[in-house]
Design a binder for this molecule. Structure first.
Ligand SMILES: *Cc1c(COP(=O)(O)O)cnc(C)c1O
Length: 245
């Protein structure tokens, strides 16, 4: 790390502390009384800024692109738990198996089958969350709520892929009441699955809530949130080629 802290690092540090505090306050106020893991969404954020927030307490980060994760990986603080939250491409899954502790965005059986193949070769287990298309948006990735039960039954065939819970992004809602409804519905789905069909999971994860709505998500039962811009600011978009990397 460079000696001098840049203004950008200091700002990210301050934002991180404020975001963690807001999440803790929301957790105290919520009826669920549970710990909430803050997984910072770190797309386009340079390693030195991520590491600085880690020095202030950040434990978990989520990357969106395999290529970008690989570029940053060696420079990232070993204390950080690295997770994957982006679109899965089957031909790049092999790069994730040794690098991340959790894939939050599993949304197809073909990706699960490829993960099973890779993990059984290495005799290891990959933890995943099933991505739910909670807003039932056309063209959006994820499993529809009504298809989850059948999807989970099929997942049981994959011995080296361990389903640890659900993740959702949710639609962009003009009205707060709308996102509350969607988060509540996703929580209900999560509870139905794990209470009635307990998939051998001790502490199932419900990952929902980003910068604009993580307090609402915590109020609805999320135990993991994924704020990005609230911590790192609005960052310049990457070009299209990098987006697909
Ligand atoms: C970018 C991203 C986030 C963070 O979004 P912000 O609005 O910047 O907080 C969270 N989850 C996923 C899957 C993302 O791609």
């Amino acid at each position: 790390m460079t000696e001098k802290l840049s203004a950008e690092m200091l700002q990210a540090g301050e934002n991180y502390l404020r975001t963690a505090e807001r999440a803790a306050e929301a957790a105290i106020k919520s009826p669920f009384h549970q710990e909430v893991t803050l997984c910072a969404a770190t797309k386009t954020v340079p390693p030195e800024i991520i590491n600085y927030t880690a020095s202030l307490g950040l434990r978990t980060m989520g990357e969106n692109r395999v290529q970008e994760l690989m570029e940053k990986y060696d420079e990232l603080s070993p204390s950080l738990e690295k997770q994957f939250i982006g679109t899965l491409q089957k031909n790049k899954l092999k790069y994730l198996v040794d690098r991340v502790s959790l894939i939050q965005s599993l949304g197809s059986l073909s990706a699960a089958a490829e993960l099973e193949r890779l993990c059984s070769k290495k005799n290891k287990t990959m933890r995943v969350l099933i991505e739910i298309n909670s807003g039932r948006e056309a063209g959006k990735s994820g499993i529809l709520p009504e298809e989850l039960e059948e999807f989970l039954e099929k997942m049981e065939a994959f011995e080296h892929v361990s389903v640890c819970g659900l993740m959702t992004i949710g639609p962009i809602c003009a009205e707060k009441a709308q996102i509350f409804l969607i988060f509540e519905e996703t929580y209900q789905l999560f509870i139905d699955i794990y209470r009635k069909k307990h998939h051998n999971i001790v502490n199932p994860i419900l990952s929902m809530g980003m910068s604009d709505n993580f307090e609402e998500a915590i109020a609805c039962g999320a135990n993991m949130i994924r704020p990005g811009s609230a911590i790192f600011g609005r960052r310049p978009p990457r070009n299209q080629t990098a987006d697909n990397a």
